[in-house]
Design a protein around this ligand. Structure first.
Ligand code: C5P
Length: 232
């Protein structure tokens, strides 16, 4: 897949979202719909964005028993988005069921990627709260390998882990990387972060950028800066 920039539409309402995406007329960003927006507006917001011709990453991070995830993925598949995801921590059986649910009668399906460890999670928090004693990088690689073996298309990880994921799982295995900040930008709640330019050097396929674009005084200019650093 060609490198691209995904803008995280972390907004509370359809009105705010439509107002925001109208700034990108004439451009072709990928938009990410996450929990905040989907829970507020439901499937209608997917159609709103799709009808304008934009690609969509539906970031709902499913994590439940395999049968529930399979049925939920079947519902999401009908929305005809481009990428869906789940938490790798749900295990390989859940991932296989998810793929099954996502696959339509004609054999097509959205791409399915797995969240390894959230980019807001530090190694210390993983140890102290999740009681996972292994080094964070090893955990991310193991989750990525499990996702690859289950038949998934890639993972969500930190850009700092992208090249190792590629070495472990192959160059075609997608690395979708949030935790992007401009040099000197506000870090917020993210921990494992880097710039768009560095994410390119590290081998990310798709960067997910939220607040550096959505909270920018000029979102289009910030998006184009991401394109300049990451895609060109
Ligand atoms: O505003 P910011 O650039 O930090 O937004 C990052 C986006 O990526 C958010 O929508 C967040 O939910 C999402 N995300 C993440 N870390 C993951 C998976 C998704 O930050 N591991």
């Amino acid at each position: 897949m060609n490198r691209d920039v995904i803008i995280a539409c972390d907004f509370a309402s359809k009105e705010q979202t439509v107002d925001f995406i109208s700034k990108f007329d004439g451009y072709s960003p990928y938009f990410k719909i996450g929990m905040e927006l989907f829970y507020a507006e439901g499937p209608q917001i997917v159609y709103e964005i799709k009808n304008r011709g934009f690609k969509i990453f539906l970031d709902l991070k499913l994590h439940d028993i395999p049968n529930t995830v399979k049925k939920a993925m079947a519902s999401l598949s009908r929305l005809d988005v481009d990428i869906c995801n789940l938490h790798a921590a749900g295990g390989s059986e859940m991932m296989k069921y998810a793929l099954d649910g996502l696959t339509r009668a004609d054999g097509t399906r959205p791409l399915l990627i797995a969240v390894t460890q959230l980019t807001s999670t530090s190694e210390e928090r993983m140890k102290n709260e999740l009681l996972i004693d292994k080094p964070l990088k090893q955990v991310v690689m193991s989750y990525a390998k499990t996702a690859k073996d289950a038949g998934l298309d890639g993972v969500v990880c930190s850009p700092l882990e992208a090249s190792d994921v590629k070495s472990t799982c192959g160059s075609d295995f997608l690395t979708v990387t949030p935790g992007i900040r401009f040099a000197g930008g506000d870090v917020g709640d993210q921990v494992r972060i880097t710039t768009p330019a560095r994410a390119k050097e590290l081998g990310s396929d798709l960067i997910v950028v939220g607040r550096p674009i959505t909270a920018s005084p000029d979102p289009l200019a910030s998006y184009l800066e991401c394109i300049e650093q990451f895609v060109k």
